[in-house]
Design a protein around this ligand. Sequence first.
Ligand code: C2E
Ligand code: MG
Ligand code: MG
Length: 664
Amino acid sequence: MTEKLAPARVTSRMSLVLFHPLMSVAISVTLVAAFLAVSIGANFSRSHTDSQRQTEMIARMVASDLAAGDMAGVERVFEAAGQDALALVSPKGRHLAGEPELLDRGRTLFAPVIHDGREIAKLHSHELSAFRMQTPVWLVALICVSAILVAAVFGYLYSQRLVRDIAAIEQDIDRVAHQARDPGRQFGSFAELQRLRLHTVRTLRSLLRERDDLRSLAYHHPVTGLPNLAALQEYLERILPEADEHSSVCFMFINLDRFGRACEMLGAGPGNALLAKAAERMKAELAKISGQGLIHVEETRLAHLHSDDFGVFLSGLSSRKDASLVARAMRAAFVKPFNLDGRRITLGLSGGIVMAPEDGDRAEDLMRRGRIALSSLRDEGRTGFRFFTPRLDRVAKGRLQLETDMRRALARDEFEPFFQPKIDFRTGRVSGCEALARWTRKDGSSVSPGAFIPVAEESGLIDEIGQRILYRSCEAAVGWLREGLSIPVAVNVSPSQVARPDFRDLVTGTLAQTGLPPKFLELEITESVAVSDPKKFESVMHPLKAMGVRLAIDDFGTGHSNLSILSRLNFDVFKIDRQFIAGLDGHDSAPAIVEMILAMGESLGLETVAEGIETPEQARFLRRRGCTLGQGFLYARALCESEFRDFAESWNQRRSGARRAQAG
Ligand code: C2E
Ligand code: MG
Ligand code: MG
């Protein structure tokens, strides 16, 4: 159990300074001094004013004596003034009476001696007294003592408080040090504590800053800076309770069309730049839509969810029609190609549309259902936008059920290969076969690969299924060999199998365990796997090829072949996709494409296999154009192991018989 740290009770810097004992004493002393200064000043100015007033009064008396010519009167006035002796100076600076030296001693006061409105002399007097204490001494003493007492109490209280704080900090430090397996540092001095406190404040500030940065990171996508999945989810949870049938909320789960291919072409860095441009364009289009006011929408929000998945949220829509108008406008905005370093790249937008509250009232459901609607569209090989319907949910649940069933089927070993023969056009004999996975349930019903292979690829179960099919196919081929039937077997390999780091070892291990000579194994791989990362592909396949394993490009012509890469990758076989073979009967471009592939195969010295041959006309066309092998229902469907062996034996015997008859 971790012990919770009590927060260190370190007082604020200001209070530490104010409550420092020395500071308290200084404040108190200053207060006392200020008090004394004020009272002394008050006394002094009062005595000064008194002296001035007295001097003026004497000046008036002297003026009247002078006016009366009574110099004796003047003398009497001087005598009465006594120690505060006075001197009378005429306007010309002559001393008339009193003590002339008085003027040289200390501060003087003066008053004009006025007669008949005329200054007849100036009366100087020594200031009566410098300071006459009027405040009682005992009061001053009392105040001083009180001030000192206050300072002492302050100091005492502060030191107590400081001692408590230090003790708390030391306790915390000890605890931290103990937790960090540090024997503990001593933080004795006040300065050290101050440093510690400053450090703590700084750390706290940077932690707060980092928390803000982290919060921003946690809620924004690093590539586009748009709000991310977490931000959108939070927002939806907040806004969804307000949605009702009058004011719908719409969520669109959007994915970019052709983005994967663009990345294969551009690489990761420019791929991110392309994502940022696509996000900008979506944002601008949404702003335009809400700005124009043609579609009634209260609020629009765009979020970057993951890779090239985006989420658009619209509130205040009046109908589904408005939502599809927005989708159409967004799609139209992507017609114009993007310009990336001089390269023109055209992307597209596809999406699943979900309305709240009718399709769901929880963020999680809306996102899942939007994704389901988009997947259903993509599964049909289409692009565009599709509204979610409960039927799609059932289909998705069906897929989930299929996945669960597949796991169980793997445990019960219900997957096995069936073998479809390949006929050599040159000899007319069965010279190979393709292993095709079949799933036969315990109750005898079967599931077609078209239904389960895509789900197996999505769920990752294809790796295990593929490995089982590989093993059983090699086992079967070894069995035929033992029976004198040398027929190589071609096994389909999924992209995720090739991507596994142990793929090569799995293949070589299987060959070693079953004892099949490598030249009797052919791996069928789709073009996209080979072209997406040619270097890696070559590094995986090269050792297998060196052993004698053959390599075939499956469904050739359906992908976006990069012929220069393909020709470098050292394939042995081109398998022409069955859609072109089916097209041979029509008047479209299929015959020209097939001819072109055959010519290319021939010039590269490769074997060419036409798959899906159903009619003798198709077979004839292909044979005449130099196709080397044919595969299709015209000859046989995929057969189980024993059926295949019987078929191959009887077919080849018939061919040999026919040849002999021809020769005879
Ligand atoms: P594919 O590799 O192109 O296999 C050929 C498909 O064409 C097979 O479908 C086969 O039954 C079908 N076919 C053969 N001849 C004809 C014909 O004359 N007419 C028509 N209309 N179809 C014909 P199947 O067995 O349903 O397999 C579908 C796809 O499933 C295969 O296409 C392959 O891509 C995949 N698949 C099958 N088995 C495996 C496997 O063991 N591993 C992996 N990874 N994929 C597999
Ligand atoms: Mg195949
Ligand atoms: Mg194929």
